[in-house]
Design a protein around this ligand. Structure first.
Ligand code: CIR
Length: 263
């Protein structure tokens, strides 16, 4: 299944400048050593599924650059370089381009001066690409992405990220072709017609950002009620510490680009 099975992932080491990372609410600076240890567990877990995982060097000039997902959208046919809506993150996208160009024959770019879009707002299922408008992703960005991927046969559906939520995928994840994990507040907007929805347990909204990567659902540690719901639905779960990334509104999806390249 192309939306859950991948041969490759790209990650980037956290930079020492991570203490300058963006955050909606300041709950204290992340501890770099602990973040590095969680990051190593995350990479080892991706590798455990048999995937090739690229680890790019840290970029001190970009405090949020560990969150590589926001820089690109990787599809079976090719990749699209994003145009992040956070001004401090705009330059990260161009730095990802050569790494994807090395793996993909067809690399495209969002380049409209008015277009903003970040990978964290994009959920790819088997049948469609959902893109949430947010403080980082605007209508022009969604429209440009739709035009960019149309000849690859992809259908883009615009949805809306709830106010106060950073990205669409802050609040949801794809678990298999027909199933999403979602907070109740996001699913209440009616954005998942035809999908089976597993809700995060009350008070555990912060674990909605998980990933299905090959055989595993990889989720942040410490959310046992939601974990048990996912296990009960028949998924295999791996839990990774996320306390430090969470201080910067980051989760499991943000830390990698996941794909099967086509030369
Ligand atoms: C930011 O505000 O851009 C970072 N501190 C967190 C980015 C998280 N990325 C993601 O959800 N895809």
């Amino acid at each position: 299944m192309r939306s859950t099975q991948f041969t490759h992932a790209i990650t980037r080491k956290p930079a020492a400048s991570i203490t300058l990372g963006l955050r909606a609410v300041d709950t204290g600076n992340p501890d770099l050593a602990l973040m590095q240890s969680h990051h190593a567990d995350y990479i080892a877990t991706l590798r455990r599924t048999g995937a090739t995982v690229v680890e790019l060097e840290a970029l001190d000039a970009f405090p949020d650059s560990v969150f590589v997902e926001d820089t690109a959208l990787c599809l079976p046919e090719g990749a699209v370089i994003m145009r992040p809506g956070a001004p401090s993150r705009l330059g990260e996208a161009a730095l990802m381009a050569p790494h994807l160009a090395a793996l993909y024959g067809d690399l495209r770019r969002i380049e409209g001066a008015q277009s903003f879009i970040e990978g964290g707002d994009i959920l790819v299922s088997e049948t469609e690409i959902m893109v949430g408008r947010s403080a980082r992703t605007n209508a022009a960005g969604v429209a440009e992405l739709a035009a960019t991927v149309a000849d690859w046969g992809h259908k883009v559906r615009e949805v809306f990220t709830p106010p106060g939520v950073l990205h669409f995928k802050t609040d949801c994840s794809l678990l298999d072709g027909q199933t999403v994990l979602s907070t109740e507040r996001l699913a209440a907007s009616g954005c998942f017609p035809g999908y089976k929805v597993i809700y995060t347990a009350p008070g555990e909204e912060a674990c909605a950002n998980a990933i299905r990567f090959n055989d595993l659902v990889i989720m942040p540690a410490g959310f046992s009620a939601t974990r048990d719901r996912i296990l009960a639905a028949g998924f295999e779960v791996a839990e990774i510490g996320n306390s430090e990334c969470a201080k910067l509104d980051g989760g499991m999806s943000c830390l990698s680009l996941r794909f099967t390249p086509k030369a």
